[in-house]
Design a protein around this ligand. Sequence first.
Ligand code: ADP
Length: 427
Amino acid sequence: MTASQAPRPTVVLVYQRTSLRWVFDSALRAGIDIVLVPRPDESVSPDRLPPAVVDVLPLDVEGDPAKALGVLQERYESAPFDGITTLYDPAVPFVADVAEALGLPGLGSATARAVQDKRIMRRQLAEAGLNVPGFIVLDDPGAWAAGTGLDFPVVVKPANGFSSLGVTKADSAEQLGAVVAAVWQVCRTKLNQVTGLIVEEYLDGPELAVESLAHRGEVTVLSIGYKGEPTGPYFEEGVYRAPALLPPDVQDAVVREVVAAHSALGVTDGPTHTELRLRGGVRPYLLELGARVGGSGVSHYIAEHVTGADLAGDALRTAAGLALRSVPDSPTQLLRATGAAANYIVPCGGSGRITAIHGLDELSEDPRVDHIVQMLHPGDVVRPYPDFTGYPAFILSHHQSIEDAEEFHRSLERRIRIDYAPTGAAQ
Ligand code: ADP
């Protein structure tokens, strides 16, 4: 059989948006065929499928996971696939369960839950002796007074949250009851599950995002990026620029903390996206470790432009049980940065019905800009915070240096503006 006749490995990719098309380009380069489980809110036209997608398999993973598992089992029997993965955080435990049920490579159910549930994550990090802020767990919003013994300010968040949904700062013990009640309400209305809350001490200092690849317990850090210094009370995502400029001893401490977190949580294989804050500018504290390519694929873009690594391609290859391509043979804990990359998340900057978005179109002419992913458009309604409607757009760009990326982001702050009409008036 010649190489061209050999069957290509096939991976089921759950809930990936096709608008982030570079993930599919990576699949092509990695030699992987994709069976796409589309996002329920995205219509995928069969004649305009992204490269590498050989089939589309609609499943209601969140609404009816048992049925979705059954469909995948049937599919596996009639047309076997080599792996299953997702970049969508809430689907990580489902994917781990399917992989376990079918005997495919995966995180394992227990690890998938440890990285998804902030209560388990905090306990396991603390047991392993890593830096953890004071925290308490609440199963009932009425028990909020248990948090008044923590050092204020504190941050209240859903135990199984994602995309900063509901995450809210409380400055004083007097505010805590009201903040807990509000976050509980977000869990009920937005997250489809009320599993509990975590209240933890606020960590000041710059926020970092770290992209890594694990392989048989060896962790390689591909990039360490800067995520701004958000102060709340709500934590809307904003900038991501990499590589972060850090003194060597702080950089080493970040790498040590991230590598140790992988073993504390039991993540031995696959991509991870870790967020930390550098307390006092020097001491790294994990916010969370996601066992997936971060930002629906943004993390792949950043890692690729900072170090040349193919994070999404290697994530798919890991899912199919194949060897990685981006990690050097001689183990290195941190790959050397050879370029800079950035993501600018256009802030909503208001609420109401969008009437115009200024400053986006002309960016497609800018040679530094590789992708403009627009999620909100004129006519869409943005509800006021703490409600979360989504981000208007991502602007992904590459640069010679991190200073160029900073300057570019300053210019975007001046140039991009969203106009709104009050929803009552426009309806
Ligand atoms: P999610 O999984 O919903 O994104 P995170 O725990 O990552 O929740 O929190 C979202 C954001 O809230 C973080 O990126 C950070 O900016 C802020 N945040 C969360 N916990 C803390 C904390 N203890 N101290 C300071 N900021 C925090």
